[in-house]
Ligand binder design. Structure first.
Ligand SMILES: [Zn+2]
Length: 483
């Protein structure tokens, strides 16, 4: 029996391939007759928590051939090759970091897969990297037997005529789409290369944005992005499936949004060269805080209603870096010890400067981001968890737990924060029938926690074991993956 998968890209199918097609051949835990033998794994007497079914006490979860084959009463006798005692522990679906850059900083690339698994992240979405760099990394992560999370990738940021991440002034993450014809050709080439989705970026014109949306939609590729500066959030949101960082949404929440848009378009039209990064910085610094100060709740309510079926990845940890500096966390130094030395040394120094010097970052936008996410959640906008790691001192894996804390701090109940790191990412790729819940038939990506995240979201940090594509990794195995 093959499990039907939606008709997304080849890469989505290959990311799941290890677990697909084997269910029919698997031996059920209840079937201890004849040749079928025992199941691979049973986690007994565990509290199961997921955002689909809520909390269930004292269950035994049985895994075989990469799938969850049964969720039983805790006392049920099960014949399994490996048995884990889940008493006093909580089992949740494998976590996603929904915003990752595997190739932003070469110092991190090779260490990232182990760091993700070590922190309970069994799936990631790479939201921008040029194909020459990102494809070999994806290939290594998907190789038979690789110790890596499932990976879904976009390829490059699809930017406008002026490219922000151009490889000169910023790392090479983006490519130019100066006109409609180039845009159409770029999406065709990305689809050919097997990307799982596309990411539209900030310097696009409305015409080129429309062409990108049309081409991606025609190929069944979901679209992620930033709101282009030539447009407003209420027009962009309904045409894409996810948006990052709350970027440029504040510009549409201002009472003077129309004149802000007019001013941006004039500046964009007059630009005659010079780095895209500088142009973007100029527009942000001229308008962002002015828009926050000019916040109009009625207008913003309309914007949020337009975003009701677009997944928001607010990257609150990043947006509120000045408000909640990672350097001040009690476990920061220990987490730094796990990352490559050159990066750890640099970040340690930044932390020391930050702790001893005056506050370097404005906190207005961070505080605004927290308020906006709380309001979005109350109005029914789906909010998911992504970090942008390794950008903004986001330690791969570790930072996802900080993001979950920030989502709760913004007003989301812990179960809703978990939904944003499990169910919503699966939905984005049309895989919610496969992933995101602890239930019979789902892929066996699981995290065993020392405490219940519904009591305290920081309990997601207490990772005792991870099941990735059906393989059990105990704490010692996970530590080994993190150097
Ligand atoms: Zn990013």
């Amino acid at each position: 029996m093959r499990v039907a998968l939606p008709s997304f890209s080849a890469a989505v199918r290959s990311a799941l391939a290890g677990a697909v097609g084997l269910v029919g051949a698997s031996c059920g835990p209840m079937d201890d007759s004849g040749a079928s033998g025992s199941a691979d794994l049973a986690i007994e007497h565990v509290t199961v928590v997921d955002a689909v079914n809520g909390a269930r006490a004292d269950r035994t979860v049985v895994v075989d051939s990469g799938r969850i084959v049964a969720v039983l009463d805790g006392g049920t006798a099960v014949d399994a090759d490996e048995v884990v005692d889940g008493t006093g522990r909580t089992l949740i679906p494998g976590l996603w970091d929904f915003h990752v850059h595997l190739t932003y900083d070469d110092r991190f690339t090779d260490a990232m897969p182990g760091l993700f698994l070590g922190h309970g992240i069994t799936s990631i979405r790479d939201t921008g990297g040029i194909l020459e760099k990102v494809l070999p990394v994806v290939e290594r992560m998907e190789a038979e037997g690789a110790m890596a999370p499932r990976v879904f990738f976009a390829g490059p940021l699809l930017d406008g005529e002026w490219v922000v991440y151009d490889g000169v002034n910023r790392p090479a993450l983006g490519i130019a789409n100066p006109d409609v014809e180039t845009a159409r050709a770029n999406v065709a080439a990305l689809a050919e290369a097997g990307v799982d989705f596309v990411k539209v970026y900030e310097m696009l014109t409305p015409e080129v944005f429309a062409a990108l949306v049309e081409e991606a939609s025609a190929r069944g590729l979901p679209i992620d992005g930033h709101v282009p500066l030539s447009m407003v959030a209420r027009d962009v949101g309904p045409r894409v499936q996810s948006l990052e960082h709350l970027r440029n949404i504040e510009l549409d929440c201002a009472a003077g949004a129309d004149s802000l848009l007019e001013a941006r378009r004039a500046i964009l039209a007059a630009h005659d060269g010079g780095p895209g990064a500088d142009l973007r910085s100029r527009l942000h610094s001229e308008q962002r805080l002015a828009a926050v100060a000019d916040y109009d709740p009625t207008r913003c309510g309309e914007v949020m209603d337009a975003l009701s079926s677009t997944i928001m990845i607010p990257t609150l940890r990043l947006n509120a870096l000045g408000l909640v500096p990672p350097f001040e966390r009690g476990d920061w130094e220990a987490a730094l010890d796990r990352i490559p030395d050159d990066a750890a040394d640099e970040w340690r120094e930044v932390g020391e400067r930050s702790r001893s010097g005056p506050p370097a970052r404005d906190t207005t936008y961070g505080a605004f981001s927290l308020r906006l996410v709380g309001e979005m959640h109350r109005r029914g906008v789906p909010v998911a968890a992504g970090t942008d790691t390794p950008i903004g001192y986001a330690i791969p894996g570790y930072s996802l737990h900080s993001e979950l804390e920030m989502l709760v701090r913004a007003g989301m109940p812990p179960l809703e924060a978990l939904r944003g790191a499990t169910v919503l990412p699966a939905e984005f790729f049309g895989l919610d029938g496969e992933m995101g819940a602890v239930a019979e038939g789902m892929v066996a990506d699981l995290v065993l926690l020392g405490g219940n995240p519904l009591d305290d979201i920081t309990n997601t940090r207490a990772v005792e074991a991870v099941v990735t594509r059906g393989r059990l990794l105990r704490r010692a195995d996970l530590d080994g993956l993190m150097r």
